[in-house]
Design a protein around this ligand. Structure first.
Ligand code: DQA
Length: 149
C-alpha cells in the first residue's frame, strides 16, 4: 500500500456555530460531531484528516496555500460559496482535487444560494445530507484519488 493520504476538511464562516445556529435548517449536530463521524470512518483507511474552520476568507486562502502538498480537500465554504472568486482561484491555483459539501440542500433554498463560485473548480458537490454530506464527500474524494492513482 502507498503512503497515507493527507486530506483537508475545511469549514467556512458561521460553521463554528453549527448545532446552535438556525437549527431548523442546519440541525443540532456540531462541527465536533462531524469531526468524530469522519475520524471514526477514516480509522480503517490510510488517510490523515486535517480539520480547519475560519470565518475569515484570507485565512482560508492562506491555509490552502500552506497545505498545497495535500492529496485532497473536502470544503464547505459556507456563505463564501456564493461570493468568493478568491477561494475559487486558490483551489484552482494549488491544483489539489476538492469536493464541495453543504449541510443543507442549497438548491432548495433562496435563489442566491443556487450559485456556487467554487463548484466549477471541484470534482463535484454534495448538498443536503446534514453532517453526512462530509462523509459522502470524503468517500467520493477517496474513490476519485484511488482511481486516479
Ligand atoms: C451552507 C449553505 C450556505 O448557503 C450557507 O451560507 C452556509 C452553510 C451549508 O452547509 O448548508 O453557511 O454552506
Amino acid at each position: 500500500m502507498g503512503m497515507k493520504k493527507k486530506i483537508l476538511i475545511i469549514n467556512g464562516p458561521n460553521l463554528n456555530l453549527l448545532g446552535t445556529r438556525e437549527q431548523d435548517i442546519y440541525g443540532t449536530r456540531t462541527l465536533d460531531d462531524m469531526k468524530e463521524l469522519l475520524l471514526r470512518g477514516a480509522q480503517t483507511i490510510a488517510v490523515d484528516l486535517d480539520f480547519f474552520q475560519s470565518n475569515i476568507e484570507g485565512d482560508i486562502i492562506n491555509y490552502l496555500h500552506r497545505n498545497r502538498d495535500a492529496d485532497g480537500i473536502v470544503i464547505n465554504p459556507a456563505a463564501f460559496t456564493h461570493t468568493s472568486v478568491a477561494i475559487r482561484d486558490a483551489i484552482a491555483a494549488i491544483q489539489v482535487p476538492a469536493v464541495e459539501v453543504h449541510i443543507s440542500n442549497i438548491h432548495a433554498r433562496e435563489e442566491f444560494r443556487r450559485v456556487s463560485f467554487i463548484a466549477p473548480v471541484c470534482i463535484g458537490q454534495i448538498s443536503g445530507f446534514g453532517i453526512h454530506s462530509y462523509q459522502l464527500g470524503l468517500e467520493g474524494l477517496i474513490s476519485y484519488l484511488d482511481s486516479n492513482a
